[in-house]
Design a protein around this ligand. Sequence first.
Ligand code: GDP
Ligand code: MG
Length: 173
Amino acid sequence: TEPANYFFRVLMLGAPGVGKSSLTNQFMTSEYLGTNDFGISRSMEEKTVSLLVDGDESTLEFIDGLVYEMDELRSLSGDAYVVVFSITDRLSFENATDILRELHHECGTERAIILVANKSDLVRNRKVPNEEAREIADQFECKYTETSAVLNHNVDELLVGILKQILLRIGKD
Ligand code: GDP
Ligand code: MG
């Protein structure tokens, strides 16, 4: 069969200052250091990342920097939603929880939704326990991961995880 070319839109959501742009920029510049099942090419200008999985190319376009009202969230359509909070900022966690509740209500488990606890390097300023974030992720049936955009910790894993969650939903995992 012919290799497929997929195009997916990924929405970066969360309160201001949690690291959405930092994570998106890291997706564009970092090297993927995992298994060699993935080939990656990147475009700075378009904020897209292309990954090669089993001969099929998937291009992820990242939509970042928009501020959404809950009402607007309802009308947005993405193939994946990355909901970011900072472990140092409880309000950002509450904001992420509100977003997850809304997304769960709108899409259930139909769409890829990932809760990201960013700034994991700032352990001494942690305001949100890992277990608490995990519980919320379980409650709203989404994936959960901790990252540090500044240390580039878990960022490539997140990138690949986003794509895997999308492919799973179209039966291409
Ligand atoms: P956005 O408003 O969600 O796009 O957040 P930004 O990406 O602009 O980041 C806001 C601030 O947090 C900037 O000063 C970043 O350098 C900082 N920041 C982002 N990610 C991390 C992280 O993982 N660790 C630390 N210590 N700082 C971070
Ligand atoms: Mg930003």
